[in-house]
Design a protein around this ligand. Structure first.
Ligand SMILES: *Cc1c(COP(=O)(O)O)cnc(C)c1O
Length: 382
């Protein structure tokens, strides 16, 4: 019998010997760079912390269990994880990416990977047929769902049928929903990536990233990139993320409840011209979300009637913080046009609907009434 996700956040089936030795409930931090050998050709299983560290191992096993993969790797950031995945490709390879992606991923693809001979085609995977864009050079499709910040939803299972037939990799950045609400590997994806900085950690106090796979060969290839390029997650930060994950279930459930309340309040405001939250029935991705996820998350975007109002809201919020990032217990609001998506060319940004009137919220776990009261004064106070 397999544990449910909320239990897996706290307990792995394989209890550690080390935990047993002293009965420690919190997994120890192995703050060591290297490990002594018992004899020639004998290893404890750990040689050097860039390759493997017991605290990071425990975290990786937890993330693999939550994502229903066989191997997770803990990186020093989400970008390091995505960068490592891109090392799987060679000059001449072609990758199809979704038109609406985290700005840092766009910057990586356009400035680093292109320089190394990889080419990209941007399409709206939630609307366009990927088959029309696959060539004999295409090696992978990379997407987020729901997307950042436009909340487009793509049917992962449908896409996976196509990529599998063509023998190309399907890579899903699952940061926005966390493994608690969505498991792309189960839907046919080959690689899941995460910014562990966001919901997995959940406390806005550490940076981390993950890759998760099921396939043995992919596991070996990614582990090789990992030990060679070295963007490993430190023992203490591994412990922080492990601690954060303990409350993942409670946090994302409460944040989702708050997001629903805020989305409904926003819909009633005349000054709001658009509310993008995939939990609203009128959202174009609602039915797909219901089919492929166990929840709708707590990210939402909305458009207001003018740029002046958008800026004034950012200046006036008090409880809600005007800050980048997402997925933490504190509610944050950001301005994608000049923050997270500043590195996306203006035409692409506007084509995607990221106007100067669009704001994005990462809803936290505060009292929903307090959050709405703060929005109310930010919208209407002189
Ligand atoms: C934040 C983020 C990243 C990058 O992760 P870092 O931990 O900041 O390096 C990648 N994808 C998405 C969707 C993100 O929100």
């Amino acid at each position: 019998m397999e544990y449910q996700a909320a239990t897996k956040c706290l307990h792995l089936k394989e209890r550690e010997n080390v935990e047993k030795a002293f009965g420690a409930i919190s997994f120890p931090i192995y703050q060591t760079a290297t490990f002594a050998h018992r004899g020639v050709g004998e290893s404890t299983g750990y040689d050097y912390s860039r390759l493997k560290n017991p605290t990071r191992d425990q975290l990786e096993r937890t993330v693999a269990a939550l994502e229903k993969g066989t191997d997770a790797i803990g990186f020093s950031s989400g970008m390091a994880a995505i960068g490592a995945v891109m090392e799987l490709f060679h000059p001449g390879d072609h990758v199809i990416i979704d038109a609406d992606l985290y700005g840092g991923s766009v910057r990586l693809f356009k400035n680093i990977n292109v320089k190394n001979g990889i080419s990209f085609t941007r399409i709206d995977l939630s609307r366009q047929d990927v088959s029309d864009y696959i060539t004999d050079k295409t090696r992978a499709v990379f997407l987020e769902t729901p997307t950042n910040p436009m909340m487009h939803v793509t049917d992962i299972q449908k896409l996976a049928e196509i990529t599998r037939n063509k023998g190309i990799l399907l890579i899903v950045d699952n940061t926005f929903l966390s493994p608690y609400f969505q498991n792309p590997l189960e839907l046919g994806a080959d690689i899941v990536v995460h910014s562990g900085t966001k919901y997995l950690n959940g406390h806005n106090d550490a940076i981390a990233g993950f890759t998760v796979v099921r396939d043995e060969e992919l596991k070996e290839r990614l582990r090789f990139v990992y030990k060679t390029t070295g963007a490993c997650l430190a023992p203490f930060d591994s412990w922080l993320i492990l601690r954060g994950i303990k409350t993942l279930a409670l946090r994302v459930e409460k944040a989702q409840e708050n997001a629903f309340r805020i989305a409904k309040w926003l819909k009633e405001q005349k000054k709001v011209t658009k509310v993008l939250y995939p939990g609203l029935e009128e959202h174009p991705g609602y039915e797909i979300m219901k089919k492929q996820c166990r929840g709708f998350g707590s990210m939402l975007s909305f458009e207001v009637e003018s740029e002046e109002l958008a800026k004034s809201i950012l200046n006036k919020v008090k409880l809600i913080q005007f800050a980048e990032s997402l997925g933490g217990v504190e509610t944050l609001i950001t301005y994608p046009a000049i923050q997270t998506h500043a590195d996306v060319p203006k035409e692409e940004r506007l084509e995607n609907g990221i106007t100067s009137r669009l704001l994005r919220m990462s809803v936290g776990i505060e009292d929903a009434g307090d959050l709405i009261m703060d929005l109310e004064q930010a919208f209407y106070s002189e």
